[in-house]
Each structure stands twice: as C-alpha cells, then as structure tokens.
Design a binder for this molecule. Structure first.
Ligand code: SAH
Length: 391
C-alpha cells in the first residue's frame, strides 16, 4: 500500500472537511504510486486522515475518497453512488434530467454523472477515478438501470492528469439526441456533440427564476447555447426572445426546443459574437425588458483574472445600457476564480459606468443537485445575479 504523510500543520484543511491535498503539503511518500493509485494518508504524527487517489503529476496531488480504512472496491463505489442518488432525489425537482453525481460535492472526486431520461452521461476527470471506471459504470448500471451510459471524458482538464480524451458509449447504445422535461417545458439535448454533458443542468433553478420574471418582456439572451433561458422566458410569457450564440449547431437545438414548446413565432436565434452584437444593438438604439448574460468561463485560472474581469465588465456595461427602465438583467459567471464578492464589485463598477441605478433582486448560485461542500469553496462556482434597473 502507498503511504502519504503530510507536513506538520497541513492536516488542518483536511480535518476541516476539505478533500484536496496539494503537492507542496506532502512531506513523505512510501512507495512509487502510479497516477491515480490509492494511498493511505496520515498526518505528521501518524494519525490516519483517510484514503486518497494520488496523482503526483497534478498540483492537487491527492483527493480524499474515504476518511476510514474501508475497502475501496465495487461495493464501496455502489454505496457512494446510492448516496448520491438519494441526495439527487432530495434536491432535484422531479424525474427527467438531473445531476446524479457532482464530484467532490458527492464525495466522489473526479466523477460527474448526469441523467437525461433513460440515458446516463458520465465524465471522468482524474486519474484516480479513471482507475475506478469499470466499478463506476457497473454501479451506475445496477443502481440507475439506464438504457445506456455515454461518456464525455473529452475535457482538457484530463490532460493535466496525464489522461487521454475519450468520448463514446461506455455501455449500451441509444440515440444521443434526447428530449427532457423541466416542469412543463421540453428541451432537446444532444449529449454527444453538446457542451459539457449536453445541457446546463446547473442553471435549472435560474431558468425557473427567468420564467417567473419574463412575462410580457422583450428578452435578449446572450450566449444562449441550446436556448435554456430563451425557451424558459418564452414559457413564462415573454413577448419576444432574441437568442445569440456563436455556435450555429447550438442554435439549431434551441430552434427545435422553441418549436416543440410552440414558441417558434416568438423566438429568433442569431449566430454572432455576443460582444460585437451587443455593440451593434446599442448603436441601433435597441432596448430590452430583460437581458440574460451567461458567457463561458472567461478564465480557468487565477492568472487571467484581470482579463476575465474586463470581459465581464464589457458585456455587463453594454447590457445595462440596453435595458429599459424597470428592465431586468440576469447575469451569470461560472468562473470559479471570480467569486461572488468580486462579481458584485464588477457589476457595481459596470453600473456606475452605465450611469444606471440597479436593485439586486436575487443573488443565486448553481442548482441544488450540484451540492456545495461547505469546507471546499471550490465546489461553488456559479453566480447568477438578478438586477432591476431602477431608473
Ligand atoms: N446560457 C446557456 C449556456 C451558455 S454556455 C444555457 O443556459 O444553456 C456559453 C455559450 O457561449 C456557448 O454556447 C458558446 O457557444 C457561447 N459562446 C462562446 N463565446 C461566444 C461569443 N464570443 N459570442 C457568442 N457566444 C459565445
């Protein structure tokens, strides 16, 4: 067995409930662990902290899987997946689509599993979870009983772990285009070609907020992807919806969903760069009653924070200028490194530059089926501020 001993004092965060151990916090390693190997982790006095998946190639050199000496095998993985499913059943709003396993938030570092109807989509992000892949697929088959399991392990984060990218069916086959329902709204999801695992499940509760606030408004949905917010606004009674995204393929899915919900006449989707498009709308003197901004993460690291904030500032400033009096701005950031305080400061400065006054109606986060580990702030990444233009 591989044994990892932490340097003095470095057990504090782990004892507080955080699952990560950085390379610099390790004093000693007995054995030569291949990437992803399981190791027993102790503090410098030899007290057991738990069992972790070790990968010395990564900055996060170990991720705690268990805080006891229990055997890590197929039965262990199945227990963890059953716990995650019970958690998902408590936090999701009904059958259909939901996140079943949210990595660290479900004590399964490196594993994402989503359910879209009778299809399960998994994403394996670390070398440790990669070694447990067969157990994960087997347990999901037994516990969830899906028609098929599709794998979207094609994210660049895997390269940091020394892993190849992989995409395809992990078990069974099915159509990769599926229809899901959120309440009375239908969405088309393409799990093989779409972003992430196909749909932004993390925005589910924020879509509900948009639906609630959209009545009779003219809506602009920037970075609309497959139309999650656009179609929700339409279902909530918006007068018209203009969705903008750079991906024509994503817009074709948005059009399908709009049509399925009888909203084709009120929704228009445009393939464009949202930065340029916002500028052009301002030049034309267009105004909207609701604007949604949900850009991709402008930064994956701390280094690029300043540039990311300039990007957020630019689109928010432009959107603020385009709002009618009483208009609503729904503005999101999924960059973990831009925390809620920094995000609000950016909005304050954009509001000042726009010479508009705003009321913060709601400060929201990711859907409840993306559970936040209290001790690990990295598990909270999504911010969604809902502002009302007072003047
Ligand atoms: N709001 C969506 C998710 C947005 S994800 C939802 O709730 O489902 C970010 C989207 O931004 C992606 O669809 C991507 O194609 C798009 N995108 C990235 N850069 C862009 C740009 N410069 N202009 C417009 N869209 C862009």
């Amino acid at each position: 067995m591989i044994a990892v001993t932490l340097a003095p004092g470095k057990e504090k965060r782990v004892n507080a409930g955080h699952p990560w151990i950085y390379r610099s916090e390790i004093a000693r390693i007995e054995g030569d662990p291949p990437p992803g190997a399981l190791a027993v982790v102790s503090d410098h006095r030899g007290k057991l902290l738990g069992q972790a998946m070790v990968n010395l190639r990564s900055q996060i050199a170990a991720r705690l899987l268990s805080r006891t000496e229990e055997t890590i095998d197929g039965a262990f993985i199945e227990r963890r997946i059953r716990e995650a499913l019970a958690r998902a059943a408590r936090s999701a709003t009904g059958p259909g689509a939901c996140r079943l396993v949210f990595g660290e938030g479900d004590r399964m570092p490196g594993l994402i599993a989503d359910r879209y109807g009778d299809l399960v989509v998994i994403q394996i992000l670390t070398a440790g979870m990669e070694r447990l892949r067969d157990e994960v697929v087997g347990a999901l088959r037994r516990v969830v009983g899906p028609r098929a399991i599709y794998e979207r392990s094609d994210v660049s984060a895997r390269k940091l772990e020394g892993l190849e990218l992989r995409r395809g069916f992990a078990w069974g086959t099915a159509d990769t285009g599926v229809w899901i329902k959120e309440g009375d709204v239908a969405f088309f999801v393409e799990v093989a070609a779409g972003q992430k695992t196909g749909f932004f499940l993390d925005q589910r509760e924020n879509r509900q907020a948009v639906k609630r606030l959209a009545r009779d408004r003219t809506v602009l949905d920037c970075f609309c992807y497959s139309g999650g917010f656009s179609v929700s606004a339409g279902a909530g009674g918006a007068a018209s919806i203009l969705g903008v995204d750079i991906s024509p393929e994503a817009l074709s899915w948005a059009e399908r969903s709009a049509a399925e919900n009888g909203l084709a006449g009120r929704c228009k989707f445009v393939a464009a760069n949202a930065f340029d498009y916002l500028r052009a709308l301002d030049r034309e003197g267009r105004r909207f009653g609701m604007i949604i901004l949900d850009p991709p993460a402008f930064t994956k690291g701390r280094e690029a924070l300043a540039g990311a904030l300039r990007g957020y500032n630019e689109i928010n400033l432009r959107a603020m200028r385009l709002l009618d009096r009483g208009g609503i701005l729904v503005t999101c950031s999924c960059s973990y490194h831009v925390d809620a305080a920094v995000f609000l400061d950016m909005l304050r400065s954009a509001g000042a530059d726009a010479h508009r006054e705003f009321r913060l109606l709601e400060l929201r986060t990711q859907a409840a089926d993306h559970p936040i580990l209290l001790a690990a702030k990295e598990t909270q990444y999504l911010k969604c501020a809902i502002l009302e233009a007072v003047n």
